[in-house]
Design a protein around this ligand. Structure first.
Ligand code: KG4
Ligand code: ZN
Length: 341
């Protein structure tokens, strides 16, 4: 089965054709970074307008790079949630319309579950595993029993980890996107240049939750308090010290989830999964099998949408053509925990 996957939940217009959930025949990602750079953040109106302009050429290019005509596609998958409403509507409406016009099966995809599926495009991964979903909008530690059976164990109680990277980078003028800029700067800095406090969230049902607002405030407003005077206050040192704490917050909760479940395979996904320090620290854990997608599959892309779409479509699942977009995931607490837990 060849599935066309379409994605426009944030600031990348993306389309890909994937065969049998595994073989990426094409993957086209048109990034809007230059349009949002001036504002140091995604401007929703610009994002949705660019998606509208680009969706048709991007889909055409994905088909042409796969050497396929549109009628050779066996099904269409498009992101429907979560994300920016105006952005989401573009790929979703485009996907539903194409499915209707071609009379092909359609499936709506949860963007975060697709990030988790990205690593499956490159290798076989046995279930269960612990998922680490880290992006600009989410920080989720979950137990993954199957592609559609995911129990959220922990999430952020405030900012997402990628959001913290972006806000710190914006404050210090490090560049955009913030995570990429900080990762690059940190390579020339020393993580010991400052000792930022770790959040204490282990009590009251928050054993696996993370928090980033304290770290963000410490780095932006109280850096003098935590700075080690033996180090020069360079951009590189600020970036390295911030990044070290941001990654260690994730690791402490992730390793607790591993210990408590006895599950030793960890699969990462989302833009922050590209972080070199996170990858290096997890690679040092000899007791774990850590799976990271290739860098081009960490950020938003159509291949992960097509790959996960295949898994649903192959077993006969279909979404109705009146399926709507949703900025948040229905049935989940703001950052992903199911209601009532
Ligand atoms: O998954 P993604 O492309 O879009 C969302 O679904 O949010 O993730 C974007 C986030 C941004 O916050 C960006 O700064 C962060 O991923 N990011 C990184 C790195 N590359 C992207 N954060 C840390 N280190 C990186 N190398
Ligand atoms: Zn994403």
């Amino acid at each position: 089965m060849r599935i066309l996957g379409i994605e426009s939940s944030c600031d990348e217009t993306a389309a890909a054709v994937v065969e049998d959930g595994r073989v990426v025949l094409s993957s086209v990602v048109a990034t809007q970074i230059p349009f949002h750079e001036t504002y140091n953040g995604v401007v929703p109106e610009i994002a949705s307008r660019k998606h509208t302009e680009w969706i048709l050429p991007v889909v055409k290019q994905a088909l042409s790079e796969a050497s396929l005509g549109v009628s050779d596609i066996d099904g269409i998958a498009a992101t429907s949630r979560p994300g920016l409403m105006g952005s989401l509507l573009v790929a979703l409406t485009f996907g539903k319309t194409l499915a209707w016009a071609l009379d092909k099966p359609f499936i709506a995809i949860n963007h975060m579950l697709a990030h988790l599926y990205a690593a499956h495009l490159e290798r076989d991964i046995a279930y269960p595993y612990i998922g680490l979903l880290v992006s600009g909008g989410h920080s989720i530690i979950c137990k993954v029993s199957d592609f559609d059976d995911i129990e959220v164990m922990g999430t952020t109680v405030d900012d997402a980890v990628g959001e913290a990277f972006d806000k710190v980078a914006k404050h210090y003028g490090f560049g955009y996107p913030g995570g990429v800029a900080i990762d690059r700067l940190a390579k020339g800095g020393n993580p010991a240049a400052a000792s930022f406090p770790l959040p204490s969230l282990h009590k009251g049902g928050h054993e696996y939750d993370v928090s980033y607002s304290g770290l963000k405030t410490a780095v932006i407003n109280q850096i003098d308090q935590f700075w080690n005077p033996a180090f020069e206050r360079t951009d590189e040192n600020i970036a390295a010290a911030f990044q070290e704490t941001a990654v260690r917050i994730l690791l402490s909760r992730l390793l607790k989830a591993v210990r408590d479940t006895g599950i030793t395979t960890v699969v990462a996904g989302g833009g922050v999964a590209a972080n070199s320090r996170l990858r290096a620290l997890l690679a040092e854990r000899g007791e774990l099998t850590c799976v990271f997608p290739s860098l081009d599959l960490c950020g938003d892309n159509g291949a992960m949408i097509a790959g996960l779409g295949y898994r649903y479509l192959a077993r006969g699942d279909r979404s109705p053509l009146d399926e709507n977009a949703s900025a948040r995931v229905p049935g989940f607490r703001r950052f992903g925990r199911p209601r009532g837990t």
